[in-house]
Design a protein around this ligand. Sequence first.
Ligand code: AQP
Length: 327
Amino acid sequence: MLTQKPIAFSGIQPSGIIHIGNYLGSIKNWLELQDRYQCIFCLVDYHSITVRQTPAELRKNTEGLLKLYLACGIDPKKSIIFIQSQVPAHTELAWILNTITYLGELKRMTQFKDKATRYKENVNVGLFDYPVLMAADILLYQTNVVPVGQDQLQHVELARTLAHRFNQLYGETFTIPQPLIGKGAKIMGLDDPTKKMSKSAKNPGNYIALTDDVETIRKKIARAVTDSGYEVKLSPDKPAISNLLTIYHLLSNIPIKDLEKKYTDKGYAKLKKDLAEVIINFLKPIQEKIKTLDQKTTNQILAAGTRKAQTLSQLTLNRVKEKMGLI
Ligand code: AQP
């Protein structure tokens, strides 16, 4: 069923509406891989329920995320697209991998520490175990590369460790995956440039969602925090302006040096005003494309992707069970 191309696997949680950080850190790189790799793109809904979701919202966000994948340019003729909870091998392999994962390894995970602080009222076992499920997602498809943002690097490292460990314990079974970190490695929050932009942020002013309308984008960028001073410059002591310049550069392809020159003596307000228009123009074709996608088409794409994912994942799961002596 698969070509001889190396395999790339990645996913996004339907835990909100994806933002330009998800696009620049993740989807933009996916698009570039579609010809060279057999790409498998998952909607990781089991991951998203590690934080409390409203059922109706989760359903809407999952359908919306699928449309956004397609509108951004993920091509179902080239790539396999499916929903994690529709392929049971993911949770089955996660259970198996749990038995070779050490508590200390999971306690070190910065995403767990961060989310356990943010969601104090719901520090559940799933949140702790998230990286093992992610390792299962990746290893089930004999993945060669995992295109993700910088924030997910630690989790991919764990997947590599578990693959090595399993292979040593039970014999060669899993391909060892490599992380692939793109240029838009980490986009920071518009309201707090010391933390990453996050779709589940309480303040919607933290992010620009790919579906935000023109006025919302202008307002959010106008309100984005800035640094002291007035110089438009990429610098560690200017985290807010550096973040805005990075977004501008990645969406327009204009080198940062040229942007710094362009905004010399023009101040932050002009930079923000122009950046808002760059974002609006960038998002326009994506938003237009979403309107053309109907339910019947997306259902057919999902059904085809699920069938392929089920077949592939079962091959690996059967091999794993056999190696372990599970009948
Ligand atoms: N701020 C970011 N900059 C660059 N890349 C990012 N990614 C996420 N935030 C940024 C990348 O997007 C992909 C999908 O992420 P995810 O949905 O699995 O969850 P996440 O990393 O936890 O993203 P969010 O937006 O912060 O979601 P919530 O708020 O639900 O936790 C990944 O490849 C990630 O690296």
